[in-house]
Design a protein around this ligand. Structure first.
Ligand SMILES: [Cu+2]
Length: 293
């Protein structure tokens, strides 16, 4: 059943950035810190555990929302737009069978349904080609995985901006920064690396610059989503790994692909179904999660 146009939402986000911008969840592809409060640090032994009961209960309380099939459209920037200056306006349209799904933020918890907006899969670059990817997600950052939820647009920025300053949203969230640079390692169509950055040191040295816009939307594409940022207290264990898969089916879903993941540079493990996993047993400190197709 389709929600009629009356339920169509328009999100507008105008960012006054140093250079270019996105909104909300910034730079999902590239940057993660998983910091637990567990001490003392020892040998880390991670196990995949079932979906936490806390989230199972939350889903029950959410009614039908988790069966929604949100459809996103990037109204702005236009496909292959060439933009001048340091601000990029991003407008998204949300429609589809929403079943009550609606982005919001609970003032009490600071959590709520939200749209992930991912700027490039690569470190910060001032001018040049960029890719914006968006998908609707739940309060615990798990994405909806129906067709139409993921959208991607490429655009080019000419002039304006200061490459020495970070890219931020209009409310000041950093999306990309030359000093706290993400550590994407391979081509964005093949790999996404999340590197912890609890210290403002520059991370990652081996990326190829200027590839932020070179994504072929017709080829298999893995987009890194979670974990990212800092995890504290009860949010720090377990930690969810979630990703978006385009133009590819995993073996456990009747396809031919596998997603390989490794934690802190350790032995690779495989994901054969397109669904989130929860890993338990993190020790305190900075962690790296790497996903590859
Ligand atoms: Cu999120």
């Amino acid at each position: 059943m389709k929600i009629p146009n009356a339920a169509r939402l328009l999100f507008s986000a105008c960012f006054s950035l140093v250079f270019f911008a996105g909104c909300q969840q910034a730079n999902e592809n590239t940057n993660t810190t998983a910091t637990t409060s567990a001490t003392p640090p020892g040998a880390q032994s991670l196990t995949v555990i079932p979906r936490p009961q806390k989230i199972v209960d939350l889903m029950k309380a959410r009614g039908e929302q988790d069966d929604a099939r949100p459809t996103l459209k990037i109204a702005m920037p236009a496909k292959n737009a060439s933009l001048n200056g340091s601000t990029v306006e991003v407008k998204l349209e949300l429609s589809g069978d929403l079943k009550g799904y609606m982005p919001h933020k609970d003032p009490a918890t600071g959590k709520g349904n939200h749209i992930h907006v991912i700027l490039d899969n690569q470190p910060y670059e001032a001018e040049g080609k960029h890719t914006l990817r968006v998908f609707a997600s739940r309060p615990w950052h798990e994405s909806y995985k129906n067709d139409g939820n993921f959208q991607m647009v490429e655009f080019t920025v000419k002039g304006g901006g200061d490459a020495s300053k970070p890219t931020t949203t209009k409310d000041g969230q950093t999306m990309a920064s030359p000093t706290k640079s993400p550590a994407a390692k391979a081509e964005p169509t093949k790999s996404a690396t999340a590197t912890a950055s609890s210290t403002p040191a520059r991370e990652g040295k081996d990326y190829a610059p200027g590839k932020g816009g070179d994504v072929d939307p017709t080829k298999p594409l893995l987009t890194y989503s979670r974990p990212k940022g800092e995890y504290k207290g009860e949010d720090a264990d377990p930690i969810m790994i979630d990703f978006w898969l385009s133009n590819a089916k995993l073996q456990g879903d009747g396809g031919q692909f596998r997603v390989r993941y490794s934690i802190d540079g350790g032995d690779p493990k495989f994901l054969d179904k397109w669904e989130p996993i929860w890993l338990s047993g993190w020790i305190n400190g900075k962690h790296t999660v790497k996903l590859e197709r």
